[in-house]
Design a protein around this ligand. Structure first.
Ligand code: NAD
Ligand code: UGA
Length: 498
């Protein structure tokens, strides 16, 4: 058996809680801390504060045995070998990362610890943060020999967080002391040796046995901090790139799926993160792109490329709202069903969700929205100010009922298997605006929808009979030489008669 490590994780949010459950799953003794006493009481009582696949199973396995919860940092850190910091690092008004939560935690750790500790940045932080944490500890009386600060950036994605943690592409450990690196090496040993995957009760064991043991990359602390920011910025850039390619495809009458497939087959490019949509969102890409640009500029390096990534992302949401307007002619009073409020499928997280921004924009334009999300409706209800034109539906079909159009704003798998015939019968006008390209346009044509997606030729089937009397078809079937006038997106009937 691998050696057990005593781990404390400060911050029990999307990252801290998943990391805690997974370290416990690996066999370590884990204490999870949060200043939110309600959250801690709930976790102790068996409640699960976030929607994340496999997390309930892991918490049930380890709660009360090798996974405990407390709001008392002093109690939690006393016995720990390794202390992870997993608190939030939100964006400040300048674009830089707001490190006040990290600063506060460093001071609290300093007041609590006695004896050597490895303090590990799990939060996403700008380069040089480890130096600052060290300074705070020493200012608060911890001798230099009493700690090391290391960086172990987290690359999990919400919705697949447990899988990503236990079967990562790589594990990055940044440290400037062999002692600190050794503790982290020991902590991840069950994964890096492949031993975990051969345990009879391991999650994800069968398909990952032996050959998928992840590499452990050891770097300087600064390099590890930079790897995290650079990776998120690069992925965001990839999404903005494909979104702009999608816009070119729309203008040219080509299909972005075909273009992305052709690009992705080049191993240097890769097929992942080439799905166009309504722009990236979430609590990380937007703030991390801004923070990386900010810290680069502070270091005297111009990173205007990232400004462009942000600008394309912003425009992508606006493009979609324009597409809705082009499909419905006028917006005031239009009833729109919305599928999806979370920033991506598989999570209840609505932080910086493009779906929420689009809904807010349409509410301001006087639309009546009825929204459904399999997990995020409650959070949206708490965040969005109550409004007479904003309602929440119990399921996808109820969101579609009597709507002038249905928008798909989050890539939940369940949306892709909805009964299209039933949807068509429920909608007042069978128009679907798909911001996530969940459906095949040919299928939508056959199901007699007007179907507008991202970067793919629109399908006009249901409401433009007079213009397209020969029946449903994809607009790309029409050849359009460069330079010819571009036709309006959809020919539409007037406002709803209701
Ligand atoms: P979160 O907001 O879900 O959780 C942060 C938690 O820290 C909260 O529960 C909060 O109450 C707690 N906290 C704040 N100050 C505290 C203190 N002084 N003592 C104890 N607890 C305290 O945030 P998150 O999404 O888990 O992100 C945390 C960090 O991880 C961020 O830097 C983020 O960029 C990074 N990250 C997030 C993800 C993700 O998918 N969410 C992935 C990789 C990295
Ligand atoms: C992202 C990174 O993928 C993780 O590696 C990282 O750990 C995390 O940020 C973080 O630092 O917090 P996450 O935000 O959970 O993970 O989700 P992603 O799957 O990356 O999606 C981010 C956004 O991009 C979502 O709005 C998603 O819909 C969008 N996206 C993603 C696209 O529009 N197209 C794609 O091809 C992929």
């Amino acid at each position: 058996m691998p050696q057990q490590v005593k781990v404390t994780i400060i911050g029990s949010g999307y990252v801290g809680l998943v990391a805690a459950a997974c370290f416990a799953e690996l066999g370590h003794q884990v204490c999870c801390v949060d200043k939110d006493t309600q959250k801690i009481d709930g976790l102790r009582a068996g409640q699960i504060p976030i929607h994340e696949a496999s997390l309930p199973e892991l918490l049930n396995r380890h709660r009360g045995t090798n996974l405990t919860f407390t709001h008392d940092i002093r109690e939690a850190t006393r016995e720990a070998d390794v202390i992870f910091v997993a608190v939030g690092t939100p964006q400040s008004s300048s674009g830089s990362a707001d490190l006040s939560y990290i600063d506060a935690v460093a001071s609290e750790i300093a007041r609590s610890v006695s004896g050597y500790k490895v303090i590990v940045e799990k939060s996403t932080v700008p380069v040089f943060t480890s130096d600052w944490i060290g300074r705070v500890l020493m200012r608060n009386g911890v001798p230099r020999s009493g700690f090391d600060v290391a960086s172990n950036p987290e690359f999990l994605r919400e919705g697949t967080a447990v899988n990503d943690f236990l079967v990562p592409d790589r594990i990055v450990v940044g440290g400037d002391s062999e002692r600190a690196i050794e503790w982290l090496r020991r902590l991840y040993e069950p994964l890096t040796s492949g031993e975990y995957y051969s345990r009879p009760n391991a999650l994800f064991s069968a398909q990952h046995r032996i050959k998928h043991a992840p590499p452990l990359l050891i770097t300087s602390t600064k390099a590890a901090e930079l790897i995290k920011h650079a990776s998120n910025a690069f992925l965001a850039m990839k999404i903005s790139f494909i979104n702009n390619v999608a816009n070119v495809c729309e203008a040219a009458g080509a299909d972005v799926d075909e273009v992305a497939a052709g690009m992705g087959l080049d191993a240097r490019i890769g097929s992942r993160f080439l799905t166009p949509g309504i722009g990236y969102g979430g609590s990380c890409f937007p703030k991390d792109v801004a923070a990386f640009r900010y810290v680069s500029e502070q270091l005297g390096v111009n990173f205007d490329l990232l400004r462009e990534v942000e600008a394309v992302n912003q425009k992508q949401q606006e493009n979609f709202v324009r597409k809705v307007a082009s499909a419905l002619w006028t917006l005031r009073g239009k009833r729109i069903g919305v599928l999806g409020l979370a920033f991506k499928g598989g999570t209840d997280d609505i932080r910086d969700s493009p779906a929420i921004s689009i809904v807010q924009s349409l509410l301001q334009k006087g639309c009546e929205i009825t929204a459904f999300d399999p997990a995020a409706s409650e959070r949206a209800r708490q965040m969005l100010p109550p409004a007479s034109n904003m309602r929440y539906a119990a399921d996808a079909y109820a969101a579609a009922e009597n709507a002038d159009a249905l928008m798909i704003l989050t890539d939940w798998d369940v949306f892709a298997s909805l009964d299209l015939g039933r949807l068509r019968r429920l909608l007042h006008h069978p128009i679907i605006l798909d911001g996530r390209n969940l459906f095949d346009p040919d299928v939508m044509a056959a199901a007699c929808f007007d179907y507008l997606s991202v970067g793919r030729p629109p399908v006009y089937a249901a409401t433009a009979e007079s213009a397209y009397a020969s029946g449903p078809h994809r607009a790309a079937d029409k050849q359009s030489p460069i330079g010819e006038m571009v036709a309006p997106l959809v020919l539409q009937s007037g406002p709803s008669s209701r």
